[in-house]
Design a protein around this ligand. Sequence first.
Ligand code: GLV
Length: 319
Amino acid sequence: MKPKVLITYNIFGGLYREILKDFDIIIPATEEGSFTYDEVLAMISDCDALLSMWNFPVDERLLSAANKLKIVANYAVGYDNINVDAATKYGIVVANTPDPVTEPTADIAMGLILSLLRGIVAYDNRQRKGGYIKGIMTDLGYSLRDKKLGILGMGRIGKALAVRAKAFGMHIAYNNRHRLSTAEEEQYNAQYMTFDELVSSSDILSINAPLTKDTYHIIDAEALSKMKADAYIVNTARGPLIDENALVDALRNNKIAGAGLDVYEFNDTVTKELTELDNTVLLPHIGTQTVEARREMAQFAATNIRNLFFGGRVAKVNQ
Ligand code: GLV
């Protein structure tokens, strides 16, 4: 009997069928259709693999009902939607899609930095509205050259951002759970700093860490109060890394200069107060929203499943 894979969201059905040809596939009937939590819960008990979207909750209740499950392959690099401790307890592998998301997410972080420092979105809005647009010496932006970019979380995306920022002449500092080797610090021209040093000395602070129990609200009111008043913050990782109410307060009261966000604390929905501020650039979680990334993520997630059963590399985040 073929192993059974349940796919929560129907995109790239043809690609999934090709990579998972040795599996029985359960997938929503319509293109871009999704199974609800209750539907997945009702079907999971005899499934061998689950391919989940990043916003699908894979909680202990679901995992404890999954009697045969060997792998949860998340369609994302982030896996904060999955109870990894429970999966580990039940002997279930959790896998993610690191490679395809690295470059496009770093591109969006760089885009947010450029937009904030040079007013790209703000000037575009003025052009469309007409009326006053600019003076010679008003609303000046800032050159990126020689600014200090502090990268909080120097994993793949942090490093890809460092490569881009270096090309713009920026100075790179970073903080990470594990310090990079000297060779890597030289490769990325990146100076290691403590969290406090990084937060208080960066001109732009970019959040590139995963969301875990330890990083939840890592940027809180206290951290924001340590930032320079002319510094910007950029978040392309996960919303709850920043205490969004504290961020609104800091932006409103000009405790920091601005924020570029692709992710939000509350269900990835932008807080209304952020939209009322003119020192924000607000994107709707588009870090991986490219033709290439979408397809490569599907390919990567399905390959994680195939390889677990038939041999080959699996991008495991546990075990
Ligand atoms: C996107 O947010 C991802 O985690 O891949």
